[in-house]
Design a protein around this ligand. Sequence first.
Ligand code: GLY
Ligand code: MN
Ligand code: MN
Length: 441
Amino acid sequence: MKKLTQADFEERRAILAGEMGLNSIAVIATSPVAMRNRDADYKYRADSSFFYLTGFAEPEAVAVIETFATREEGYSFSLFCRERDRDMEIWNGYRAGIDGAIEDFDADEAYAIDLLDEEILPKLQNKEKLFYRIGHDAAFDARVATWIKEANGETRRGTSAPAQLIQLDRIIDEMRLIKTPEELELMQIASDISAEAHTKAMQSVKPDMMEYALEAELNYIFGKNGCVPSYNSIVGGGENGCILHYVENDKLLKDGDLVLIDAACEYQFYASDITRTFPVNGKFSPEQKALYNVVLDAQIAAIDAVRIGNSYKEPHNVAVRILVQGLLDLGIMQGDLDEIITSERFRQFYMHGTGHWLGMDVHDVGSYKVDGEWRPYEEGMVVTVEPGLYIAPDDETVDAKWRGIGIRIEDDVVATKKGPLVLTKNVVKTVEDIEALMANS
Ligand code: GLY
Ligand code: MN
Ligand code: MN
């Protein structure tokens, strides 16, 4: 099983320490456990940025990175985590504990999480800058404020709290935005498994199947490959495909309708994000095919615009122009191409953006604008390309034959020196290829 190594996490901590400068401290907490109902919790998923720096997936953990007065002293990594506890481990599973934090996660120092308030104070005192991810957890924010107050309370003894509090997300988010070859390998694996799941869905669908039964086909492929969905799966038959975040997936799939599936998995904390739209009975109707090909043309052209140096918005601009021209050609919209684009009248049928950063989080971190301008693509950025067209079932401005058709096609694309690299190419998307695959299943 392909995984990142401790050397990868160590390298990230070293980069962060370099960015922090001398005599500084960074505090990064993982996510709290989320309750589902009463005493049943959701399966735990560590915070992405915390895992990015530590490789540590247990709950109740805090990483502390310190730099010192001189560069020669390097940096230190302290991990606060749950202690080993035989009873708790019998009930709830294995813990690395203090020894494991040092031996398996390369911590220079490790402490029981219960000692955090006590042990953090001497580390904070006399540091110049505190880097902290403000705004993720109000309870933890309040705790950090208490530490600062307490550290300042010691000033008469010649110590003080850091004078500067800096938003740590800015630094980590920029690091996470550019993917290393090792990260891209994991994203390729996630994409391959998700592509296999979509292929299985195309092969399995039949009229009168329930949407959730089709979702189960996807979940089987994710699960047997050691993956979990990277977001709630959307399996929308017919007009449900027009609801952008439809996740009920509890209706019947009807003969003659399309089904839109936006579903993908994460592998070793790295996400993929795929949408395919295909006919429940294996054959596109003339209207479905005509609209589908407009979206596909827009998507292929938009993918081609994911090139180093192009603005982040270029794929969207390319997609919108092709979608609007297609709507005009099919008589679904009337008027002037440029006017429809400038006035954004196309939002009646295309109301979302064409993509987002992808990485450890499905809507990944990293700013989209720099100095007020859409930033250019750089090598190693990964973006989704996901144009769509949605004709609302009650839209009386269009001929009835188009109503209730919702189509989106989504792939994951890396900006590389050789041009766009499509991670999710293993699942078919032309009308001909989809119909051929479904006919042979
Ligand atoms: N699956 C979420 C999205 O496409 O943004
Ligand atoms: Mn997406
Ligand atoms: Mn998606």
